[in-house]
Design a protein around this ligand. Structure first.
Ligand code: DC
Length: 335
């Protein structure tokens, strides 16, 4: 018999959220451990004493765990303990190595997991890595660093200064004056250039191509990589980019390389852009994506390539939720 552990938190003591989070926790445990209902011997919950609205065991029953015996208990109040937390222990007679699941801040219960938890997600433009990275970070309750935004801000700086992004000498000349900061507001990354929030402006298609060009310049990469390593060392986070697994954090425990066919990536980028009110013909987007692939893969310094120890994910025929669940599973299998 094996014991699988898990925990999640709720943001407030409310019936609906307890239901939703218990359901999510148990579904993730089932998925990560490849369990069917018959494999579950029993499920035991304990929740912190600040949860009164609903019994987690009742939530499990409502979530469709119809046959397993359930048990719920309330923990005594302990000073300094994580608040609004639901723990679970699920017994199974499956002999596989248990995959424990910690969601929504409950990872704080496992310092061994969170300290230095850096997840590298690399891949070409339009592979879905930004969206997937954000969803993974949200689920694990850690930060998400979009490193492409930093190169985009560098490109914008060149535009503002009237400098060509391929003019190495001129870019080298202003590199020390580029002041890029990344701040988080309600968990969302905002990129600042010289004190101005440029998060919207840097999404313009014109900036995409220029960012690709400027990112091949050594002085730019050195400066951005230093900043990225500083952020990654200070806080557990998901980093998405092109060279995270190969260059920025070669020792990251979790590395993924996400890709998809160029035509699919172009379609996704078109839909994403249209949501932001940016309209560009499909053929143009496809041509841009192919050109950027070419530039990013063939540059001399830290080109886009899969790290040998990165898990390759072809997302062409997967939706965002499937990719996210696949990556979360891979992470949980190893923690
Ligand atoms: O991910 P993105 O499309 O926002 O990135 C814009 C450009 O920045 C991309 O074409 C290449 C470059 N980049 C990079 O060289 N290294 C990274 N870690 C992230 C982005």
């Amino acid at each position: 018999m094996k014991a699988i552990r898990g925990a999640t938190t709720v943001d407030f003591d409310g019936c609906e959220q307890i239901r939703e989070r218990v359901k999510e926790l148990l579904s993730d445990i089932k998925k990560a451990n490849n369990l069917s209902d018959e494999d579950i011997i029993c499920i035991m919950f304990s929740n912190t004493s600040d949860i009164h609205s609903f019994y987690p065991a009742k939530a499990a029953r409502e979530a469709g765990f119809a046959s397993a015996p359930l048990f719920s208990s309330s923990e005594p109040e302990i000073e300094g303990a994580l608040k609004l937390c639901i723990r679970v222990m699920l017994l199974t007679d499956k002999e596989d190595k248990p995959v424990h699941v910690y969601l929504h801040g409950a990872k704080n219960l496992r310092k061994d997991i969170t300290e230095r938890l850096n997840i590298a997600i690399d891949g070409p433009a339009g592979s879905g890595k930004s969206t997937v990275s954000r969803l993974i970070a949200k689920k694990l309750d850690i930060l998400c660093l979009d490193t492409g935004a930093m190169y985009r801000a560098c490109a914008l700086k060149c535009v503002n200064e009237g400098i060509s992004c391929t003019d190495v000498k001129s870019v080298d000349g202003i590199i020390n004056d580029i002041n890029i900061e990344v701040k988080y507001e309600n968990g969302v990354q905002h990129t600042y250039l010289d004190g101005m929030d440029v998060s919207q402006t840097i999404r313009e298609p014109k900036i995409s191509m220029l960012a690709s060009a400027v990112s091949s310049i050594g002085s730019v990469r050195n400066k951005m990589v230093e900043l990225q390593r500083k952020i990654a060392a200070a806080t557990p986070c998901v980093l998405d980019g092109r060279d995270i697994g190969t260059n920025v954090l070669p020792n990251a425990k979790f590395k993924f390389y996400l890709s998809a066919r160029p035509e699919i990536r172009a379609k996704r980028r078109q839909a994403e852009n249209e949501e932001k009110g940016i309209f560009q013909p499909y053929d143009e987007i496809l041509a841009d994506i192919k050109k950027r692939d070419e530039q990013d893969k063939n540059r001399e310094i830290a080109p886009l390539k899969r790290a040998e120890d990165a898990v390759y994910v072809d997302s062409s025929d997967m939706n965002i939720e499937e990719v996210t669940a696949f990556i979360i599973n891979k992470i949980q299998e190893r923690i």
